[in-house]
Design a protein around this ligand. Structure first.
Ligand code: MRU
Length: 373
């Protein structure tokens, strides 16, 4: 995507050919900072502290983390060590495990000296594939937006509500939930986006609003509690959100608060779609509420808010009473029954085992217990 006329991806190989550069998302929207990651520990820390975030980008970063580790030492011991360090960085996005497995399966049978080149090659491919997948999700979702626009009795913009950030910052490029928005906007379809601020980390307010502003897409930031009211008033035509892990039965795990939006959408008959790249499907988990691991993050993210003060400096301020405790579950699960459809790279399907298997034939879809999460 373009930032002030320059095309950026969210992750790319450094000029030295072995480290990776990332856009440090903890600094946005106020500062645009590129960070260089040179060790597997630095990549794992960048994922953990959310300098890189969003399920597809977590996968891409982890793939490069494995390549960086193989570049320093291609032994079996280091392969397993790198895998374990990266795997423990964040628990919910299944793209992490998927990407680590991809790299492992490519390098496993190679002698140590050949592993780094093969790992970088596969990591590059994972990034290219992600761009293709997201672009196709964009094409498929754009058709949906066009249909809603054509069925509207007015020529008003299509009002789309989104939660968290599932834009290009969460992927290598394009985004998932926002790819249809960018494609629709670029082809002249009028759209307006309701951006949930997405407490506690405010990915909507800090990242989605920034992305949309850079692309001149009309949008309005709302509090997380406003969506239901806007739906009741007929001000939302469509919800599109991303996902960190979707079971083969169509249960969707996404940023905390997604479930409440789906309930409100269901009650108000607003179509609720999830943009789903295929590496985000967990073919091993049947029941999302029971079996998807939900990340618990620091209570500091709830008790404190970060913002820019009048003099331009960044401030972190406490917003709850000193002696009160806080809890911070970072994701929730929306059961398939509340989901109108899944927008995948292969087309739009129902949130059901039957529909997903029709689009992705040959996938196992067999529940196993939680040991291999
Ligand atoms: O905690 P985050 O910011 O990594 O959570 C991101 C989300 O919940 C996104 O909606 C999801 O990863 C899909 S990104 C295309």
């Amino acid at each position: 995507m373009n930032i002030d006329g320059v095309h950026y991806k969210t992750i790319w190989l450094n000029d030295n050919g072995w480290a990776v550069n990332i856009i440090d998302q903890t600094k946005l929207p106020f500062n645009f900072v590129i960070a260089r990651l040179e060790t597997v520990e630095e990549v794992a820390a960048a994922i953990k502290n959310m300098q890189v975030r969003g399920a597809p980008l977590i996968g891409a970063a982890a793939a490069y983390g494995m390549a960086i580790a193989m570049n320093s030492d291609g032994s079996d011991k280091n392969l397993h060590r790198a895998h374990d360090i990266l795997f423990s960085s964040r628990p919910t996005a299944v793209n992490l495990r998927w990407a680590l497995d991809q790299i492992k399966s490519v390098v496993n049978s190679l002698p140590p000296v050949e592993r780094a080149a093969a790992a970088y090659k596969r990591a590059d491919e994972i990034c290219d594939e992600d761009i293709q997948i997201c672009s196709s999700i964009g094409d498929n979702g754009e058709k949906l937006i066009k249909t809603i626009y054509q069925n509207n009795s007015t020529s008003n913009p299509v009002n789309i509500l989104t939660h968290c950030n599932a834009g290009w910052l969460a992927t290598v490029d394009w985004g998932t939930a926002l790819a249809p928005v960018y494609k629709a906007h670029d082809s002249g379809l009028p759209v307006h986006i309701w951006v949930d601020e997405t407490r506690p980390r405010n990915q909507g307010a800090s990242l989605t609003a920034w992305e949309l502003a850079k692309h001149n897409v009309p949008h309005t930031v709302i509090t997380d509690n406003a969506g239901g009211h806007l739906m009741q008033k007929g001000k939302v035509d469509l919800c599109i959100v991303g996902t960190d892990r979707t079971t083969f039965t169509g249960d969707v795990c996404n940023k905390i608060g997604t479930y409440l939006k789906a309930l409100a959408a269901h009650d108000n008959k607003v179509p609720f779609y999830v943009a789903l790249p295929s590496p985000t499907i967990d073919w091993n988990i049947e029941n999302g509420v029971e079996d998807i691991p939900i990340e618990e993050r620091s209570d500091d993210e709830v008790s404190r808010v970060v913002g820019r003060s009048a003099d331009g400096s960044l401030l972190s301020v406490r917003v709850i009473n000193e002696s009160s405790s806080a809890a911070n579950p970072a994701f929730d699960v929306t059961p398939s029954r509340l989901i109108t459809g899944l927008i995948t790279e292969r087309g739009i399907c129902q949130a059901s085992e039957e529909s997903l298997k029709k689009l992705f034939p040959g996938k196992a879809g067999k529940a196993i217990n939680s040991g291999s999460r």
